[in-house]
Design a protein around this ligand. Sequence first.
Ligand SMILES: Nc1nc2c(c(=O)[nH]1)N[C@H]1C(S)=C(S)[C@@H](COP(=O)(O)OP(=O)(O)OC[C@H]3O[C@@H](n4cnc5c(=O)[nH]c(N)nc54)[C@H](O)[C@@H]3O)O[C@H]1N2
Ligand SMILES: Nc1nc2c(c(=O)[nH]1)N[C@H]1C(S)=C(S)[C@@H](COP(=O)(O)OP(=O)(O)OC[C@H]3O[C@@H](n4cnc5c(=O)[nH]c(N)nc54)[C@H](O)[C@@H]3O)O[C@H]1N2
Ligand SMILES: [Mo]
Length: 752
Amino acid sequence: MSTQRFSSLAHWGAFTAVVEDGRFVKAEPFEKDPAPSPLIDAMPAMVYSDKRVLRPAVRREWLMSRSGKWNRLRSGARNVFVEVDWDTALDLAAAELKRVRDAHGPSGLFGGSYGWSSAGRMNHAKTLVRRFLFSGGGCVDQIGTYSFGAGQTLLPHIIGTSDPIGGKVTSWPSIARHCQVFVAFGGLALRNAQITAGGCGEHSLPGWLKACKDAGVCFINVSPNRNDCPDWLEAQWIPIRPGTDTALMLAVAHELITSGRQDSVYLARYTHGYEQLEAYVLGRGDGTPKSAEWAAAICGVSAARIRELTDALAGQRSMMSFAWSLQRAHRGEQPYWMGVALSAMLGQPGLPGGGFAFGHGSSGGVGIPRPEIGAPEMAAGHNPASAHNIPVARIADMLLNPGAEYDFNGQRKTYPDVRLVYWAGGNPYHHHQDLNRLNRAWDQPETVIVNESFWTATAQRADIVFPATTTLERNDIGSSSRDRFVIAMKQAIAPVGEARDDFAIFSALAQRLGYLQDFTEGRDQAQWLRFIYERFAGIAASKGYPQPDLDTLWEKGYHELMPPEKDYVLFEAFHADPQANPLKTASGRIEIVSDKIAAMNYADCPGHPVWMEPDEWIGNAGEQYPLHLMTIQPPDKLHSQGDFGPVSAAHKVNGREAVRLHPRDAARRGIKAGDAIRLFNARGACLGGAIIDDAVLEGVAVMATGAWYAPDAQGLDVNGNPNVLAADRGTSSLTQGCAALSVLVQIEAVRA
Ligand SMILES: Nc1nc2c(c(=O)[nH]1)N[C@H]1C(S)=C(S)[C@@H](COP(=O)(O)OP(=O)(O)OC[C@H]3O[C@@H](n4cnc5c(=O)[nH]c(N)nc54)[C@H](O)[C@@H]3O)O[C@H]1N2
Ligand SMILES: Nc1nc2c(c(=O)[nH]1)N[C@H]1C(S)=C(S)[C@@H](COP(=O)(O)OP(=O)(O)OC[C@H]3O[C@@H](n4cnc5c(=O)[nH]c(N)nc54)[C@H](O)[C@@H]3O)O[C@H]1N2
Ligand SMILES: [Mo]
């Protein structure tokens, strides 16, 4: 028997692929990883899964109606596919792309293709599909992310940049040395830190948390779920109703003001518009002081506890970190804006170990010490049709309402009339809200083309499906700007079935359409890999971090970047001299009031942070749908990737997606641990398996995303994708972000 070993990488970590007689049998943890993720164990089963797309396939109805009337009804998933050879499939797709582009121009083609794709940077499917469509004249793209769309659009207005939301925040060593109180809104979930976009060689969050704990940092977990912090961190828990963090922070602000403990010197020197917020907090305009008692009724946190939190923060070096989940909710701009404002009232941003941050518990690598030298990246290039781009989560709105107007970040925009959708590297039937509505939207375009490795719910609802290789079946390079390792991702096995690399698929299409040179710039895959690595190495060297050449890297399998010696402190220069180093905001300061946003006149996002009720939350829940369902990230997979694998299967409850319920909520419904349950609201219904857990706030249920959408004849999703329940609405007119976390449901036991 011959055994070979290949360095490799997934979003959930680096590993060594062990290959015996040409078959990938095992993923061994990367030697330098102090806390490898068990998710790598699922990889061999994923690669050889019976869910693989093995050959190009065309939906029969689409094929048959080519010369006659279009049969657009593809969303029902009772689609029958005909396998064809590669040339036939490529010819069909190329002809259809040409037809639509000739007839409708770039706004007829949708290539936003949101999704995580693979860790490999060269064959990054989402980048390649856009590069392919951009080189051919452009397409409709998506702006921002599902992860933090609201924050991404808001933060440049108030702090001049969105970089901190991507993880460039005051570094952990600075926190360990200087911070006294670390308040984690939405917690510090280790399960989420298993993942880093682009992969990681090092899972470092547990180590940093231990270092901070040893240094005496006091942690406070503000979350509806105590499980959001590991027990050993011994964090204080403030159980809060979902969607109400803004009210809590307003009350802390109220306490500070009424006791004269806000940092007036800081506010005068570094912020803009504070007086307006103060007037609002004191209730001067609306007659409602945002007192601890006022907030207690909204958040479910007692006034005494709010005062204790205020005392813990005032005069202390504090870091407040906001999970991305807080803004992935209706009116999600407000907690982020209020968080920045409150941190400024405490005089913290720009101080070592103090201030605000985002997502310490949302992703691996947030706040790690790492040289600011970027990472190797494939370029999508310029989109000549970018005027048609839509905010990422407005995809169903766009497909259902061509020509309709909508607001976004101060602009009045118009939805394009999309006729062809091309998706590669994402799974909208995993990620989008209100899947029954998405079904209606999905039947609008004339053609849907998908590159996939697996028969996902999205692939099952496409007209042409191209089988894509997984990372184990091709050479690539992996690295994230939030990790210290660059990994040689070596081809370990031959492609499964007739799968081809995304780069090869798009090259073949570009050739048929006459723009191969524009797409490839004359480089093949090996040359691209070298090109993107050398471009990165050049930048790194110019900043004082020389890199090995590609052949040396390939030989060793990885390169480790040494952490910078100096701690990174967000806004350090601004803090030292705000005149010389202004922020890139309209005022050059932290905008507690944004005159620009105020001038947009959005009723759903005024000029300073305010408490605004979300459309769906416990405070307006009726008897029909009394529970707030938090649709969080799955501990046992990355989104829908690997849902059918062994690691995910081990977390299911009697074969169903787990749903956590408070003991009293369960008892009221006669639900016992392990029971099959049905979750439903006016938008849809799905099944789950009950876990009874007093770490979850009463009135809240928790169900992770990721189960593969599989509706029965009545539309009941038997696998348990909570997006049949989540509402498809933008966070606000300003940012139009994904608001997946605001959803009310009812739950009942399923009796056999
Ligand atoms: N209710 C609710 N919904 C949510 C969220 C939530 O919190 N609640 N979170 C949202 C967030 S933050 C996100 S980021 C999205 C995630 O949504 P997605 O990124 O769409 O989810 P994934 O399951 O990771 O989909 C990636 C797809 O790419 C495929 N793929 C992987 N590698 C390759 C490759 O090399 N080539 C090709 N062609 N395909 C490949 C995988 O098989 C998989 O089907 O979900 C969002 N949806
Ligand atoms: N294992 C794993 N890790 C992942 C992913 C995955 O699919 N699997 N996906 C990755 C991606 S794409 C992203 S964007 C990030 C997302 O990172 P997050 O958005 O931070 O992740 P969530 O799990 O949705 O939410 C984190 C916690 O926030 C709490 N929470 C929810 N709503 C509220 C609220 O209103 N107030 C407060 N105080 N707390 C609230 C919930 O209890 C939840 O456990 O995770 C990444 N990490
Ligand atoms: Mo995300």
